[in-house]
Design a protein around this ligand. Sequence first.
Ligand code: FES
Length: 107
Amino acid sequence: MAFVRVCAAGDVPLDMGLRIDMGPEPIAVFNLDGEFFAIGDTCTHSDWSLSEGYIEDGTVECTLHMARFCIRTGKVKMSPATEAVKYYPVRREGDDVLVDLDGGAYA
Ligand code: FES
């Protein structure tokens, strides 16, 4: 595992997401009630960024066709997407948010 600093905690407002382009694929970091999570940023339905999606009940809604993904696991919660995105290990050190960019996995 190789955790790297991807942003400051303050870069991701409460219940918002931030796209990060530092690893093998773009990821989206989310701030859920002050806890940080990272999933693949690319919606599996039709290649759309999830980082600016609408957040509700621990899920993010893709802004293109409204599929929903669990922010903790990357699992699909609502169609039209049918395939999960990866989730990534996240660590917080002070004001830094660190993600294992090579550690993405499917739940
Ligand atoms: S691109 Fe995300 S639901 Fe269609």
